[in-house]
Design a protein around this ligand. Structure first.
Ligand SMILES: *Cc1c(COP(=O)(O)O)cnc(C)c1O
Length: 478
């Protein structure tokens, strides 16, 4: 074994091969060297596991393959064929071209990020967005931080630290990625007072808790990806606000969805403020359709306390976020919200989507790929409207799901697809370019077939069979 390991070529030997020298010319020496190292490590691992390598222990073809992937960035654009519009694992809302243009402009140079151009004195970075946020959401004041989880953390630390927050047992949820309401409260130094039951909580439960804990605040949490149906009860924001006013308690609302358009069906931050909430927290990349951001809206005194808290600095929004968010908000102000890609994907009609799927299917059939147009139910995603089904369309491919899904993910751009009833389905709701999708699928189908033939040959020799896991992206956090 040692002798066989010693027979492996050195990095320099492989780098000196003509094919690998040509690779280095194309992708750069660093990427070529990384590919050579990875290829040698693979061969070493195969030898150690008892595999017999061919005459060529580190094949050129494998080095070139690894070199091509080394040359590509790790964070890449993908085609979202899942039908989940605000897919958290796929980056949620695509930005409008105007927002992208503003990000490029602000990011590529200096800006008045923290300078007041009127006085020449130091300014507040989120002050640039306050006027448009106040106007659109009907808020007295606004502050912007990195994301909504950060905004929740900051609000609890600034407003509730050393005190307590009353939360319904039906709202002690995990929002995703380990963001659990009881743990966030503990982290922020705010004591949790649970009221009601999982399914039913009444205004009287909050009133009793406030009697016993007059300093406590009320925290209402949107259940995000989780829904309660059946024998349920919860007071409205208006009832909670009336109670909070009567008892002189604060009312904080972790809403998540940044919808400005009530027609989307989600309770909006504007409504919450109108009902009398002191501070409401929303995400910039949920139903608002902008960049990742945590937007804090409400009474000036509460917003100022948050702004001045040290965590505000730790969670501050960077200039690219602010540029993208300002551009997104201006589209709303100018009556152009319908142009936002996320809202277009949400509002696309079933007939429009069927036409899009038909176009994609024709392109694929021209390339010799067997497929059919199918109905496909999309989702809003991002923890918004979890029960809402979006009636849409997709293309079903007749193939073994495991290898094809992997081949789709290995493409350029990668395609993230679904498995339904044992078939690979490409939902076209979030696909803006069907020709690009068809090209990517055709290439993946060729690769998957080649891989399947390899696997079948291996299986015939008693090697590993087809992949067990389908890697269905709906298993991920949406
Ligand atoms: C999504 C969500 C969050 C977290 O927002 P991010 O912007 O993803 O950090 C917090 N609270 C609620 C209710 C949410 O739905």
């Amino acid at each position: 074994m040692n002798e066989r390991l010693r027979s492996l070529p050195s990095v320099d030997e492989v780098l000196a091969r003509p094919a690998v020298r040509a690779l280095a010319e194309r992708v750069g020496r660093a990427a070529a060297k990384a590919a050579v190292r990875a290829a040698i490590a693979e061969s070493r691992a195969r030898l150690q596991s008892g595999d017999d390598l061919d005459d060529e222990p580190v094949p050129d073809a494998r080095v070139l393959e690894l070199g091509a992937s080394e040359a590509k960035p790790r964070l890449r654009r993908v085609i979202n064929a899942t039908g989940v519009v605000l897919h958290t694992n796929l980056g949620r809302a695509p930005l409008h071209a105007e927002a992208v243009r503003r990000v490029a402009e602000i990011a590529s140079g200096y800006s008045n990020l923290e300078i007041d151009l009127g006085t020449g004195r130091r300014g507040q970075r989120s002050a640039h967005l306050e006027p448009v946020l106040r106007e659109l959401f009907g808020a007295e004041a606004a502050h912007v931080v990195n994301n909504c989880a950060g905004a929740t953390m900051l609000a609890l630390a600034a407003l509730g630290k050393g005190g307590a927050a009353i939360v319904s047992r039906g709202e002690l949820v995990e929002i995703g990625g380990g963001f659990r309401v009881p743990e966030i409260l503990a982290q922020s130094g705010c004591r949790l007072i649970e009221v009601g039951t999982t399914n039913r909580t009444r205004a009287g439960d909050y009133a009793a808790a406030l009697e016993a804990n007059p300093e406590a605040m009320i925290l209402r949490v949107h259940r995000s990806n989780f829904a309660l149906v059946g024998f349920t009860e919860a007071p409205s924001m208006g009832e909670l606000a009336a109670l909070a006013r009567e008892k002189k308690a604060l009312l904080l609302h972790d809403l998540g969805s940044g919808a400005l358009d009530a027609a989307l069906g989600e309770f909006t931050a504007s409504q919450s403020l109108k009902e009398g909430t002191d501070l409401v927290l929303v995400s910039g990349d949920k139903l608002l359709g902008g960049p990742q951001a945590g937007i804090m809206l409400g009474r000036r005194e509460m917003v100022e306390r948050c702004r001045k808290h040290p965590l505000s600095r730790a969670l501050r929004a960077d200039r690219m976020l602010l540029a993208a968010l300002e551009a997104t908000l201006r589209l709303y102000r100018d009556g152009r919200a319908d142009e936002l890609p996320a809202l277009q994907a949400l509002k696309a009609s079933p007939s429009e989507l069927r036409q899009r799927a038909t176009r994609a299917a024709l392109l694929l059939q021209e390339k010799g790929i067997a497929c059919t147009v199918v109905e496909s139910e999309g989702q809003v995603g991002g923890g918004s409207l979890p029960l809402r089904k979006l009636e849409g369309a997709g293309i079903a491919l007749a193939d073994v799901p495991g290898p094809l899904l992997a081949a789709l993910r290995a493409g350029d751009p990668p395609v993230i697809a679904l498995v339904r009833d044992g078939r690979v389905v490409l939902d076209v709701r979030c696909v803006s370019d069907v020709a690009e999708l068809a090209d990517a699928v055709a290439e993946a189908a060729v690769r998957a077939t080649a891989q399947k033939d390899d696997k079948l040959a291996l299986a015939a020799e008693g090697g590993p069979g087809p992949a067990q896991s389908t890697g269905d992206p709906l298993d991920l956090e949406v």
